[in-house]
Ligand binder design. Structure first.
Ligand code: AMP
Ligand code: GLY
Length: 428
């Protein structure tokens, strides 16, 4: 089978790494890919938001299966585009259609969906510019802190946690009147603040059947002890100690099953990954958000724990026969530390030569990397490399991951030294 992965981050390198191990993968392509995927696959200089160009590439390279890594093309309707073209009908796609992608593409949609199907989530209300005055006065009676979310895709920046009423009202005006986040902020979801510990659960759905993948915890803030600006993710750990089997059973019964049943009731045949961001509030799961793809850097700890052949799982997903395939999960612990460019998530420089990026004892996933004119590997983004350590204990996995993050060198590198330490110390 010829396989194409769309995307260029650590997530896509992790997919390429796992798929390249499969005897069922003939030729592997990544578009556009990075310096890491170039080791395992053929990188193609195609933008994943240019559906015509993706279609041409798929036909030219006789691709059978496409894995859509990021949310943007899914929310933009790449699956619907393929379905409408008779010459592309045979191509199997891992990712939902536009209707299914609303779970991530519109917070208002996903909140209504959860309310309709009784899925536990923070209480919320949605406001638009027409209901601004009502919204501002609603905030006055809301308990602090107040969570405000831009409805649409805002590159991970659309969530504001306001500690004061004045901040909340300003944030609401910024979005509804000031045009902050553009169209994505035309609707604002105001939400109750949940106190608990966060983790994510990943589901692979073929539209009828599902498999629950290993859970993970990520570290979103740039600074140690979860301080400073939000980022795409500075590290991740799987498994998560506070997600015991009792809690995960509740997630399956109260969240996963009603989510998939709800999608079916809405007439959505959901084929692909669902990433469920959860808050564990006193051992009860609440959904913070859905994403319609895998997480980054969560994929860099989830896929290394899947022992089964990924191509078999994905082919069954596309065919609707997931119930016939077994998925084996390793009991080992995986920890990834993301090494970033100095200045990220604000401005940072690119083009720094990366030394010592081939390391023993860890799996090095490339994110923002490329080649310079001398074919040296150089930095090409904020998040540069994800160092995944795998071991029998959390302590050893952390140690391997951190040692690799320490060893790799490029000008201005930065990483968090505390990935996983909260879990080592965790007590109920
Ligand atoms: P999101 O972009 O939806 O992942 O939200 C970013 C972060 O905001 C989440 O990872 C949580 O840490 C936090 N967050 C979002 N919604 C809530 C909520 N209702 N209560 C507490 N924290 C929240
Ligand atoms: N690491 C969070 C995400 O992929 O959305």
């Amino acid at each position: 089978m010829n396989i194409l992965i769309l995307g260029s981050g650590g997530r896509e390198h992790a997919f390429a790494w796992k798929i390249a191990q499969s005897p069922f993968c003939d030729e592997l392509f990544v578009a556009p890919g990075n310096a890491g995927t170039a080791d395992l696959a053929t990188n193609l200089p195609v933008s994943y938001n240019d559906f015509e160009a993706v279609a041409d590439t798929v036909l030219k390279n006789k691709i059978d299966l496409v894995i859509i890594g990021p949310e943007e093309p899914l929310v933009g309707g790449i699956v619907d585009f393929f379905r409408q073209r008779s010459d592309l009908n045979h191509v199997r796609l891992i990712g939902p259609d536009k209707a299914g992608a609303q779970l991530e593409g519109s917070k208002d949609f996903s909140k209504n969906f959860m309310q309709k199907y009784g899925i536990p989530t923070a209480a919320s209300r949605t406001f638009t510019s027409e209901t601004l005055e009502e919204g501002l006065s609603y905030l006055e009676s809301h308990a602090l802190p107040i969570v405000l979310k831009a409805d649409g895709l805002a590159a991970g920046k659309g969530v504001i946690i306001a500690e004061t009423l004045a901040d909340a009202q300003e944030a609401m005006r910024d979005m509804l009147v000031g045009g902050k986040f553009g169209e994505a902020g035309n609707k604002v979801v105001v939400e109750q603040f949940l106190r608990g510990v966060e983790l994510s659960v990943f589901v692979l759905s073929d539209g009828e059947n599902y498999k629950i993948l290993p859970e993970a915890k990520d570290y979103k803030r740039i600074g140690e002890n979860d301080t400073g600006l939000n980022t795409g993710g500075m590290g991740a750990v799987s498994p998560v100690i506070f997600a015991d089997s009792n809690f995960l059973r509740k997630v399956e019964e109260k969240v996963v099953k009603p989510t998939l049943a709800g999608l079916k009731s809405e007439g959505i045949k959901y084929v692909g990954f669902i990433f469920i961001g959860l808050m564990n509030v006193k051992s009860e799961p609440y959904v913070i958000e859905y994403n319609v793809r895998m997480g980054d850097p969560e994929t860099e700890v989830v896929l290394p724990r899947i022992q089964s052949d990924l191509v078999t799982l994905l082919a069954a997903t596309a065919k609707g026969t997931l119930q016939d395939v077994e998925m084996k999960i390793s009991p080992q612990v995986a920890v990834t530390t993301v090494v970033v460019s100095g200045g990220y998530p604000d401005v940072y420089e690119k083009g720094k030569v990366i030394a010592e990026h081939r390391l023993d004892d860890v799996v090095v996933f490339h994110a923002g990397t490329t080649f310079n004119n001398n074919t040296e590997v150089v930095t090409n983004g904020g998040r540069v490399l994800a160092m995944t350590g795998i071991a029998n204990s959390l302590e050893n996995a952390v140690h391997k991951s951190q040692r690799a993050a320490h060893t790799v060198q490029f000008e201005g590198k930065y990483y968090r030294h505390d990935i996983g330490l909260d879990l080592i110390r965790y007590k109920d």
